[in-house]
Design a protein around this ligand. Structure first.
Ligand code: URA
Ligand code: SF4
Length: 197
């Protein structure tokens, strides 16, 4: 897809999300977090949902978890502006509760369109919710296990003609108070060195 068409299609999603009322989360959000980064990124990161800081800014991973994500990206020489970052849900679940099934169903068509337009080589699923959604979407439901079992694994989608890879990671927020977890994340992020150029 050419650049103008990509911009036009992503803009349409942005406009739709800004007025979206498909689930009740629109009632408590300040800003939806639509996604940020390179619109032709090779690597796309999918988090869970906006937290308090993201809700106030509309920028993904701009709070504590984002600081860790930035550190992880830097550790493997990847610039944030070269990747694309989005979430399973665009609006913040109050009190950072888990996303509900009906919210995921209502919201993920936006994410699926974004992925289709950006057409990355690698999808990095951050945490359990993201990993579960992405593996199911790409025909890998039978591979879904807890993140402690499958973090750092590279998956090949079923029925994809291209060379898309899916990699599962612990959510960066899990490393906020756990240096051991951060080391595991750093080690898993090394996989991305192979895909960054
Ligand atoms: N956690 C997420 O999963 N996404 C964000 O954007 C911020 C925190
Ligand atoms: Fe719409 Fe998604 Fe926000 Fe729900 S979370 S209101 S589906 S943009």
């Amino acid at each position: 897809m050419d650049k103008t068409k990509i911009e036009k299609q992503l803009k349409k999603i942005k406009d739709d999300v800004l007025k979206c009322q498909k689930c009740s989360l629109y009632q408590t959000r300040k800003f939806p977090v639509i996604g940020q980064g390179n619109h032709q990124a090779k690597i796309v990161f999918i988090g869970e949902a906006p937290g308090a800081s993201e809700n106030l800014t509309g920028v993904p991973f701009c709070g504590a978890a984002g600081k860790i994500l930035d550190e992880l990206l830097e550790s493997v020489g990847i610039k944030r502006e070269d990747v694309y970052i989005a979430n399973i849900l665009k609006c913040r679940p109050p009190g950072n509760r888990n996303p509900e099934k009906k919210e995921i169903e209502a919201c993920t068509p936006y994410l699926e369109k974004q992925i289709e337009i950006i057409n990355p080589k690698v999808i990095c699923a951050l945490g359990n919710f993201s990993t579960g959604f992405i593996l199911e979407k790409y025909g890998l439901k039978d591979q879904i296990q807890g993140i402690s079992k499958i973090h750092g694994n590279i998956f090949d989608p079923v029925n994809e003609s291209g060379s898309l890879k899916i990699i599962s990671f612990y959510h960066p927020a899990a490393a906020a108070y756990n240096s051991n977890m951060k080391e595991i994340l750093k080690k898993d992020f090394e996989i991305l060195k192979e895909f960054k150029d």
